[in-house]
Ligand binder design. Structure first.
Ligand code: ADP
Ligand code: ASP
Ligand code: MG
Length: 814
């Protein structure tokens, strides 16, 4: 004989109930069918009762809607000839419900006893409608009133089953019947006085397990709306996979820590009788689902699943008076038990200074009163602090039988959480070593589940959530490159790069959680998106709280550079094309670097020097591997290179500069390039990355641009430059006379940095440097005479975008 339980969504409406009947019909052996209330009905019944208690007459509307739902379902299921008795049964039940609610309304009181009576109607109605439907299909069966066979104490709302009586009643009812098919309402039971009790929310699973154990069923099948127990809640983790097989113990841990697919007490009765329990999908009945049975060889995975409880409160009892004195924990737990407060997790520090327990949010105030009472004397003597309550917490648990025989699981768990800025408040590891659980902020729980799922199950790929500010020329190129590379990254680096937010100076675009921006039409979408507001953009990045988040700044805007610290403090990595932050005060630069370190994020700015060339990356690699930089020589301005490569006196200097500007090689104000400021910033960034504490004032600038050029607007500057043509020509001629070229060279040596024009002879590394190329020579302990050279295009939207791209990928690979 088998027991099958169909949950609320499986019996939510007529169409689903027809599917259920189909599944029952397939069974060849005798079966007991346990059903929940139609989906959502228990919640609505509670709502009606609570409204009535608050003297809110709208409870009547709630009841009316519920009545209609049941009548409609019965009408849709039954042929007209079979309808009348079922419809009058529904009406009669609702009359009774209304009378109960009216009394609650007048008395303004909803006791737990009356509440149980009210909510029992959900399962009574569903089972009776389904019974009528089965009869109309010729499926002969016996309807069992679960209240008559499952006896409990009078703990309304969460009654404890008296197994010795219930087992006998159930087995007698079934063995004394000649029927082979039975149907019973889940969730409901009764106490010694005949009052209706319930087994706790989600308790229909438990009803089915109680039946299964009482009759020694060959199997129990829990039919629900997902294909089995999964590696995580599929509503949160789209990649969650069905667990093919799991042990009773693992299933118990997973459900205890929040895997709602099975109500936790369900496992105990079937485990005692060793009854294999299946979790199957009513909507995909052919899928195998999960089998829960005694431990044996299990699948290869060390971790079976991840579960979480979203809303708990953390209670801490602390005080010096607790050290070494036995009985403190006993008193704490007795106090909690006296109020029937369920303790979900316990940790005690080895110093015995504090005990931390997690309880349901709703129990926290009650716990405070009862515990402070129990320790009143010690609190008054100052030996123990009043109970501390932290609301807004969650528990996340990693579960697996095989954890016992593997080391490093906790390390992997906590480093994955740490990398994503999830702060851990308390940790517990069951002595069975079957689970590791941690208390974290409720704001982080969804991210944490995904982080752990990625760390333990998704060996297939890692997800990066990218937010881009500055979707102009370089930003546009970056998005193009990302679009082209997406499938390559997935196939070759197992990396899913999702663009989750884009902004330009006008608008900002975000997509809902779980989605990504379609890179085929991001421009249109951005044009039609909400107006850009930097603070709101940053708030959204932080509030979305997605794993592996990267903020990409492709602006030259100081306000954007000012938000990095907020982001890094939330473990969001920053990739900056914007030079402002790295070339701001040393204090700010090093603050950002240390924030990144502290919060396990990355702050990368490779494109600040040499666009896409691997300059900073090379320097970092040299230092990380123990090398010491003694000197850097470089030509770092694509603009100046372009200008001096194209100027020989035949065309005025102004025109060459104008051309550079028109081709997009200069800053909006070309004086930043020509005056040397841009090169100063770059050599300063390199010196800082080489370990030097250096500021802009420390850099000598041997400027070649006459001072008069710095006055006025950009237009004035061009005019003045025209007047100074003789000066530029003289610079050129002087170099040419020595067969030299002019290059604007940056140098760092012995803690000093300088920039300025130099005459470059033909045998120099700098001589053959064309177009907008950059070159950097690193002289180090390992490269004392022949420097390590990085050379190539040092400006241009495409190469800059590819440098930013490389930084983004670097974030994923740490
Ligand atoms: P029923 O009404 O059939 O009893 P429930 O809503 O109680 O169904 O339980 C099924 C739901 O449990 C699923 O829809 C899923 O969202 C949730 N769930 C949470 N954790 C898990 C998990 N680890 N595996 C499968 N489902 C889970
Ligand atoms: N109907 C009850 C509830 O919603 C029991 C169940 O569905 O398992 O909690
Ligand atoms: Mg359920």
């Amino acid at each position: 004989m088998k027991v099958l339980k169909f949950g609320g969504s499986s019996v939510a409406n007529a169409v689903n109930i027809q599917k259920v009947a189909g599944i029952i019909k397939r069974g060849s052996e005798a079966q007991v069918i346990v059903v929940s209330a139609l989906g959502g009905v228990t919640d609505q019944l509670i709502k009606a009762g609570t409204l009535a208690e608050k003297k809110d007459e709208t409870y009547k509307e709630v009841l009316q809607e519920l009545e209609k739902k049941h009548l409609d379902t019965a009408r849709a299921l039954l042929p007209v000839t079979h309808q009348s008795s079922c419809l009058s049964m529904v009406k009669q039940h609702f009359n009774e419900l209304e009378e109960i609610c009216n009394s609650v309304f007048y008395l303004e009181e909803l006791s737990l006893r009356i509440k149980d009576r009210m909510i029992s109607f959900g399962e009574l109605l569903s089972s009776k409608i389904i019974s009528a439907f089965m009869l109309s299909l010729g499926m002969e069966h016996e309807w069992i009133d679960s209240r008559k066979v499952i006896k409990t104490n009078s703990n309304f709302g969460f009654a404890a089953v008296n197994f010795s009586i219930s087992n006998d009643l159930i087995s007698y009812t079934i063995t004394s019947s000649h029927k082979k098919l039975f149907l019973a309402p889940g969730f409901i039971s009764s106490d010694d006085h005949g009052n209706t009790t319930t087994l706790g929310r989600g308790g229909s699973d438990y009803t089915a397990a109680i039946f299964a154990a009482a009759i020694n069923a060959s199997s129990l099948e829990i039919w629900t709306d997902v294909t089995g127990m999964m590696t995580a809640d599929p509503r949160w983790v789209p990649n969650a996979k069905t667990i093919a097989r799991t042990s009773y113990q693992e299933a118990m841990e997973l459900s205890h820590f929040g895997a709602k697919v099975i109500y936790p007490p369900t496992i105990q009765p079937v485990m005692q009788k060793n009854i294999p329990t299946w979790v199957k999908n009513t909507f995909e009945p052919e899928e195998a689902g999960t089998v829960i049975e005694s431990a044996g060889e299990s699948s290869g995975e060390i971790i079976t699943g991840i579960s979480s409880i979203s809303t708990i409160a953390l209670l801490s009892l602390e005080g010096s008076g607790m050290v070494g004195i036995p009985g403190f924990s006993k008193r704490l737990f007795e106090a909690l038990a006296s109020e029937k407060i369920n303790v979900i997790l316990i940790t005690q520090s080895s110093s015995e200074h504090s005990i931390c327990v997690a309880v349901n949010t709703a129990d926290a105030d009650k716990a405070k009163t009862v515990v402070d009472n129990a320790f009143e004397i010690e609190i008054n003597q100052g030996k123990v602090e009043p109970l501390k309550i932290e609301q807004g917490q969650s528990i996340i648990a990693l579960v697996g039988d095989k954890m016992r025989s593997h080391t490093g699981i906790a390390g992997r768990m906590f480093s994955a959480l740490g990398r994503n800025g999830v702060n851990i408040r308390a940790i517990a590891q069951g002595s069975s070593e079957r689970n590791i659980s941690a208390v974290i902020s409720a704001d982080d729980v969804k991210k944490a589940v995904n982080v752990l799922h990625e760390a333990f199950f998704e060996t297939t790929y890692k997800q990066l959530n990218v937010f881009i500010v500055g979707a102009g020329n370089v930003g546009g190129k970056l998005l193009d490159q990302l679009k082209k590379q997406q499938s390559f990254l997935l196939d070759h680096l197992n990396l899913q790069v999702r663009i989750t937010g884009i902004a330009n100076s006008r608008n900002m675009l975000f997509v809902d959680n779980g989605n990504e921006i379609d890179l085929n039409n991001w421009k249109d979408a951005l044009n039609n998106a909400q107006p850009m507001q930097l603070d709101a953009f940053v708030d959204t990045v932080i509030q979305k709280n997605l794993r592996n988040s990267v903020f990409v700044d492709i602006t030259a805007n100081e306000l954007v550079a000012n938000v990095y610290s907020r982001l890094l403090s939330k473990a969001v990595s920053v990739v900056a094309c914007n030079k402002i932050a790295a070339s701001s005060s040393y204090e700010n630069y090093s603050h950002l670097k240390s924030l990144a370190k502290e919060f396990n994020a990355l702050y990368l700015f490779e494109t600040n020097v040499g666009a896409g060339l691997p300059v900073i990356g090379t320097l970092n690699d040299l230092r990380r591997s123990g090398d010491k930089v003694s000197k850097i020589q470089a030509v770092l301005s694509g603009t100046l290179n372009f200008v001096f490569n194209n100027y020989n006196g035949s065309k005025p200097f102004t025109e060459v500069v104008k051309q550079a500007q028109d081709e997009g090689y200069t800053e909006p104000d070309p004086r930043l390039d020509l005056g040397g400021t841009d090169v100063m910033r770059k050599i300063m960034i390199l010196a800082r990355e080489a370990g030097e504490k250096i500021e802009m004032e420390d850099i000598t600038n041997n400027a070649f641009l006459p001072v008069s050029c710095f006055d006025g607007s950009v237009e004035d500057f061009y005019k003045e430059m025209g007047k100074q043509e003789a000066h530029f020509k003289a610079l050129y001629d002087e170099a040419a006379a020595k067969n030299c070229k002019l290059k604007f060279v940056a140098q760092y040596e012995n803690g000093k940095a300088s920039v300025g024009l130099q005459h470059i002879p033909a045998d120099s590394d700098f001589y053959h440097l064309y177009g907008k190329d950059n070159i950097v020579l690193f002289y180090t302990q390992r490269y004392p005479e022949q420097p390590l050279v990085v050379k190539g295009a040092g400006a241009g939207a495409d190469v800059t975008a590819s440098g930013v791209f490389a930084d983004i990928i670097r974030v994923a690979r740490v």
